[in-house]
Design a protein. Structure first.
Length: 490
């Protein structure tokens, strides 16, 4: 009988929860989750850095269509790595109808990440996507499915149409996904299409349909997913606003506290009894990174918990060693500070930012950065007056944004998360003028509690230390599956 994990190591983008971390967690019998966000650009940078250790090469060698893998290697691999201070090559940005080369890069990079996370054990591995980053969805999901991904987890939006996409792709049918286009007129064609047959360079394998877990912040959203999703929803991650990464905005009119952070109230509390009544398994997230909270979640009827912050500081995570060390030192001293920034993310969702001197959280550093948009994952598709679809990001140069119909007030306080999150994992871009893109670390409100995982005299800890500690007050076995399958359209 398939079992559910008690601990889900949450997806952490970009690349913080990489294949190495997910592999370590899944090997321990819990669910390791790779971040699927911007994997194509990350892959390009790993190859540009010379693929030290040969892991990307090993993943490419396992890809079912060798010619496609070779095209990507030939285009992006730099033997020995690019010289320090040289800018990284940039892959073309996504659009509704991606050019073939962009689709291939997405398929292959998602395949490799999942393949490596699955190496050396037989347990399931998950992949996490943000619903808001829509344009790479179809090719990314297909690449992950080609590698046998066991779970797809998606939040930051309402992923109603993803279950049906996975149903179609598993049997090699074309998949369609309607892009959200601001200002689209009725009848405007906004569909993205992906047909596996267009990319097959050999027989198309029938693929397992991964389980789908929707990451939501309320009972209403969970109910909506069960009622209206285009296919089976296998469970929920219920994420509270203390969690690292993006948070759901508070219900009702946005109010800020004296420090400028969104104020959450009673209406933002989840009704756990109501969730249980839905009958789908659920995992609680946001501040569940200790044994007592895991016990509490299980006692409330959760299948388990999803934890991010505690895993972000493990030896296996890809967070840059200097950032890891400085924040761990603050956690030990109890002086780590986290600001829930209502403006930083171009998505418009609140975004948690660890305060690190010399990083993008530092106003002086932020002021020195000239706006540029060259990765473009958070661009918002909009209906241009000439009937085409345009793309704009509130963190791009203000004049460009405004010339595309964006409002100037929307640009205030926005930060380039695409470049910053690449910098968080050591793949920071160097500009032609020598400017190095700064990091912007996201963590949960519970940053300081990660000190609990450090054994006396130790300066680091592993994924196994976290898993062992979290499960220390509970049985180590996994939760059994419910007897009845959970059906959408209930
Ligand atoms: C560094 C970091 C990056 C994150 N990135 C993502 C992401 O890309 N997608 C996502 O759904 N959640 C993301 N999260 C949220 C985690 O998956 C998880 O739900 C959350 O961290 C749980 O709360 P905790 O931080 O209190 O453990 C991120 C969290 C952290 C700490």
């Amino acid at each position: 009988m398939m079992q559910f994990p008690k601990i889900i190591q949450g997806g952490m983008g970009v690349g913080v929860s990489n294949w190495r971390l997910a592999n370590a967690v899944s090997k321990l019998g819990q669910l390791g989750v790779v971040s699927g966000t911007a994997l194509d650009s990350l892959f390009v940078r790993r190859l540009a850095d010379g693929d030290k250790g040969g892991d990307m090469r090993r993943g490419l060698d396992a890809f079912p269509f060798p010619e496609m893998a070779k095209r990507i290697w030939d285009e992006y691999f730099i033997p020995g790595g690019k010289s320090a201070g040289t800018p990284y090559t940039i892959a073309p940005m996504h659009q509704r109808r991606d050019i073939r080369k962009v689709v291939e890069l997405c398929i292959v990079s998602n395949f490799v990440e999942v393949f490596l996370a699955r190496e050396g054990h037989k347990n399931p591995v998950g992949i996490n996507f943000l619903e808001k980053v829509q344009m790479p969805h179809l090719s990314s999901i297909y690449g992950a499915m080609l590698a046998g991904v066991g779970y797809v987890l998606m939040g930051a939006g309402i992923p109603l149409h993803i279950p049906g996409v996975m149903d179609a792709l598993s049997v090699n049918h074309p998949a369609e996904y309607k892009l959200s286009v601001t200002g689209a007129v009725q009848g405007q064609d906004t569909a993205m299409l992906f047909d596996p047959a267009d990319y097959a360079e050999g027989p198309l394998p029938i693929l397992d349909r991964p389980r789908f877990l929707a990451i939501v912040s309320s009972n209403t959203l969970a109910t909506t997913m069960l009622r209206r999703a285009s296919g089976r929803v296998d469970g929920f991650i219920i994420e509270s606003p203390t969690a690292g990464g993006h948070n759901a905005p508070p219900r009702g009119k946005l109010q800020l506290n004296a420090d400028g952070e969104p104020v959450y109230g009673e209406r933002d509390q989840v009704d756990v009894a109501g969730l249980r009544a839905l009958g789908a398994p659920f995992w609680l997230a946001g501040g569940y990174g200790n044994a007592e909270k895991v016990r509490e979640a299980l006692d409330q009827g959760a299948a388990g918990v999803q934890v991010g912050t505690a895993f972000a500081f493990t030896r296996e995570s890809a967070l840059r060693p200097d950032l890891k060390a400085s924040l761990l030192a603050k956690a030990v001293a109890g002086t780590g500070e986290v600001f829930t920034d209502p403006l930083a993310s171009p998505t418009g969702f609140p975004f948690k930012v660890a305060q690190v001197q010399g990083s993008y959280s530092d106003p002086e550093v932020a002021a020195k950065r000239t706006r540029v948009c060259d990765l473009g994952y958070l661009r918002e598709p909009y209906a241009a007056p000439d009937g085409t679809i345009g793309y704009r990001c509130a963190a791009e140069p203000v004049a460009n944004y405004v010339s595309k119909g964006g409002k100037v007030e929307e640009t205030v306080g926005r930060k380039c998360l695409c470049n910053a999150l690449m910098a968080n994992i050591g793949h920071q871009q160097t500009r032609k003028d020598g400017f190095v893109e700064p990091a912007l670390v996201t963590v949960g409100d519970d940053l300081n509690t990660v000190a609990q995982f450090l054994a006396p005299g130790r300066a680091s800890y592993s994924a196994a230390d976290v898993v062992e500690s979290l499960l220390s007050l509970t049985e180590r076995t996994s939760a059994p599956e419910p007897a009845e399958p959970i059906l959408a359209h209930a």
